[in-house]
Design a protein around this ligand. Structure first.
Ligand code: F6P
Length: 369
């Protein structure tokens, strides 16, 4: 044990997900219990560093939050000290506030930061590291799209919500003999749609990694109908698109590092299927339901393992690493290798083959059977 580190700050960045509080709890409790290290919570991600909003975290302040969804510290998917947005005369101006952030970190006496977040948070962490701020990262997102780790916490909880939603859609689809499309989050990666689609036995699973052919989907649901299976469940990732088509953008958030917000592909595709097959369709967009609520036991355990591993790195005075799941083992990856990258489903993924092997349509001609 080393006592060289005395005080760290902790923040949650990017979109929230179930398990953030479990990580905050695990990091704080183990830093206090095992190393006697003081912890300060930073509010609303990197905004708290720019706007000087922090509060001390002690053992009691992180008790009773293991099961709670969201983040007790607040978060922001727009905060960026290197490009801090301010409204001036109706216009948005961007300022580099990173030097002020460094002064504030020094003023607080922080030896380093724990940054819990996704690729955007890791990209900002990398820039802070370059300015001399030591950082330990923890990979979060329902999208499961961070490179360097097998699984992010939050993913399992979102899969559970999406699968349960499809189970419910299943019964009403059966009763009304409809084609039911369920739109699932995940940004530019299809992990959430693929896992929840397999779990719910979706008939069609569409992911951003495979551009779909409308004719193949229509032919598939039509044949099911002819065979007496007069309903179909289509799990469609928000980032799915047709061959030669574009992703469906719901809105743009100008001040966000990734301005694009996807959404609406299920409605559009549902109409296309109805027009082409004559079968009645309905679309449900699950949206932020997938990000809210209590973490699954799997995510509580993973978040706790990540939090304790992050504390152990800090206790050993090891920095600029992100904790990661490699098989059954918690390892590390250099933060500089993570930021700004997206982990997508490989074309030859065993999971895609698994789905197709049980008769699931992936929106293109069969590849494996
Ligand atoms: O990255 C998590 C995520 O929920 C994505 O799946 C989704 O595309 C995006 O965030 C939605 O962002 P917002 O909360 O800004 O609408």
């Amino acid at each position: 044990m080393t006592n060289r580190v005395k005080h760290v700050g902790i923040l949650t960045g990017g979109g929230d997900c179930p398990g953030l509080n479990a990580v905050i709890r695990a990091v704080t409790k183990s830093l206090i219990l095992r190393y006697g290290i003081k912890v300060t919570g930073i509010e609303d991600g990197f905004d708290g560093l720019v706007e000087r909003r922090t509060r001390p975290l002690d053992y009691d302040s992180v008790s009773g939050i293991l099961q709670a969804g969201g983040t007790m510290l607040g978060t922001s998917n727009k905060a960026n000290p290197f490009r801090h947005a301010v409204q001036k005369d109706g216009e948005i101006e961007y300022h580099d506030r990173s030097d002020e952030v460094i002064h504030y970190i020094e003023e607080l006496g922080l030896d380093g930061l724990v940054c819990i977040g996704g690729d955007g948070t890791m990209a900002i962490s990398k820039k802070l590291i370059e300015k001399g701020v030591p950082v330990v990262g923890v990979p979060k997102t329902i999208d499961n799209d961070i490179v360097g780790t097998d699984i992010t916490f939050g993913f399992d909880s979102a899969v559970t919500v999406a699968a349960e939603a499809m189970d419910r859609i299943h019964t009403t689809a059966q009763s009304h003999h409809r084609i039911m499309l369920v739109e699932i989050m995940g940004r530019y990666a299809g992990w959430l749609a693929l896992f929840s689609g397999i779990a719910a036995g979706a008939d069609v699973i569409l992911v951003p990694e495979i551009d779909y052919d409308l004719d193949v989907i229509c032919d598939y649901v039509h044949k099911r109908s002819q065979k007496g299976r007069r309903f179909s469940i289509v799990a469609v990732a928000e980032g799915a698109k047709s061959q030669g088509g574009e992703m469906t953008v719901q809105r743009r958030v100008e001040t966000s590092p990734d301005q694009v917000r996807l959404g609406g592909v299920a409605v559009k595709l549902g109409q296309d299927i109805e027009d082409q097959t004559g079968l009645e369709t309905r679309a449900t967009i699950l949206g932020h339901l997938q990000r809210g609520g209590t973490p699954t036991p799997f995510d509580r355990v993973l978040a706790t393992r990540y939090g304790v591993a992050a504390a152990e790195l800090i206790g050993d005075n090891k920095w600029n690493l992100m904790v990661a799941l490699h098989g059954d083992h918690i390892g590390t990856v250099a933060i500089e290798e993570i930021g700004g990258k997206v982990r997508k489903i490989e074309q030859d993924s065993a999971l895609l083959r698994t789905a197709e092997s049980v008769g699931t349509c992936l929106g293109i001609a069969l590849r494996y059977i």
